[in-house]
Ligand binder design. Sequence first.
Ligand SMILES: CC(=O)SCCNC(=O)CCNC(=O)[C@H](O)C(C)(C)COP(=O)(O)OP(=O)(O)OC[C@H]1O[C@@H](n2cnc3c(N)ncnc32)[C@H](O)[C@@H]1OP(=O)(O)O
Ligand SMILES: O=CC(=O)O
Ligand SMILES: [Mg+2]
Length: 530
Amino acid sequence: MSPLAEVEVTGARHDRYEEILTPEALGFLAELHHAFESRRRELLALRVERETALARGELFDFLPGTAPIRDGEWRVAEPAPGLVDRRVEITGPTDAKMTINALNSGARVWLADLEDANTPAWENVIEGQLNLRDAIDRTLVFTSPAGKRYTLDEGDLATIVVRPRGWHLTEKHLLVDGERLAGALVDFGLYFFHCARRQLDRGSGPYFYLPKLESHLEARLWNDVFLFAQERLGIPRGTIRATVLIETFPAAFEMEEILHELREHSAGLNAGRWDYMFSVVKKFRARGTDFLLPDRNAVTMTAPFIRAYTELLVRTCHKRGAHAIGGMAAFIPSRRDPRVNETALAKVREDKTREAGDGFDGSWVAHPDLVPICREVFDAQLGERPHQLDRVRAEVTVTAAQLLDVRSTPGARTEAGLRANISVGIQYLASWMAGTGAVAINNLMEDAATAEISRSQVWQWLHNNVTVDTDGGAGLRVTRELVERIAHEETTKLDGDPARYDAARALFLEVAVADEFVDFLTLPAYERMP
Ligand SMILES: CC(=O)SCCNC(=O)CCNC(=O)[C@H](O)C(C)(C)COP(=O)(O)OP(=O)(O)OC[C@H]1O[C@@H](n2cnc3c(N)ncnc32)[C@H](O)[C@@H]1OP(=O)(O)O
Ligand SMILES: O=CC(=O)O
Ligand SMILES: [Mg+2]
């Protein structure tokens, strides 16, 4: 057999990077690339095919060909160590301070985010891996510029679950034969290579959250990656566990099939509400007014199409013995403003209470100050039980028509909503391009998923000639000129030199008004990064 081409590293090699970029680890990435890159590309092409069919007027439905899987008797693997009780999961990026704060937060699980909350700048990619490895070794420390020292607690820490990039992103600093590696395989591969054995030795395991899947075939690809990686590194089959985010509209029709593909590695499903909304806007952007959502902030978890999706998710998971994990309420507490804090705590309590009552086994929070509320709500629901997998919810039936019922979402499309979308989108992109992928804006958490809703909604309103309500009552037709004017006005309202937003505004306009819809805003944003 001819030797595999080597991985070329074009990114800087800062202090300690060679600990992650070892020849053996790079060799493993090359093997993953050779084994799976062509299938990754085929599956991305399949996404485009399905989207084109949708634009022609077709609709999604449950797949006729996989009915035997939906009707069959099977269950996913028993929960792995550290993933039995998941009542509170904190999410966040993997810089050293956040890593320590998240692991010490009292949450059962930490979603170590290399995805929605992360800019995949080279430094974030490699230093995130170093921080994860040091955290598992319990050697991670951090000293803030003000001199505050952060260390890991002595006792139990949250279980680490890593979320790699989605299948669509590439890593431009790692090349094989001049071709970029897939971001997903880089994030997965480096973590698995360096930390799988370490995690096993500590009684835990290599655990993952898998984002933005659009079909069970994409889940099959992940499963094959897991089988390959375990075999290659001599890790027992079935050690990896993965929770799949159901956060694209097509995936909502394939929940059972996704669990089935991954069944020996499955740790359940999560309701990724923000990307789900983005996906609905994106998939139906060219389908006229039947699929228009109201202002982003008016779409709540009680909208009929969202309710249908979360109900189906819980029912599907529990039927198969899998955890159902709730999503993110975007309200961020404040240690400085008691009024903001009170609102955030009340909103999060309401959200988690609904999820616990619906049967979810745990849920996400974005901030350590929200851990106690989520815990309290799920404690009240679960009592002594670690989860509520025994609540099968056989009474729930969800039809394709209910999942497709975007039209019944209450709420208006307003000029204020349009302005908020534009302003938040520009501010977020400025932060993303500066290397920070999660940020609080107007006391709400903004990350790649929420920013995608903002920009795709502007695109949809513009390309469907929507008229938004105005305070004066006359209404305002969304045009390219209007969006450009508001983008200019909103950036001049922001603190500091408006020129600081020039690059972000230009990018926002590119992804919000261009005739051709850009699939993910992070694609052009990444090309602008060094
Ligand atoms: C759609 C989705 O995918 S949701 C999941 C992806 N999104 C996320 O994970 C967002 C996670 N959350 C965050 O990144 C942050 O909470 C933000 C950016 C929203 C707000 O952060 P900040 O402005 O720093 O909040 P704040 O100043 O109140 O933080 C207080 C302390 O809590 C820490 N903290 C805040 N959020 C987190 C977190 N998620 N994990 C760990 N520590 C955190 C801060 O580091 C800070 O620590 P310090 O007191 O030691 O300095
Ligand atoms: O990843 C989570 C989401 O809501 O998107
Ligand atoms: Mg998401």
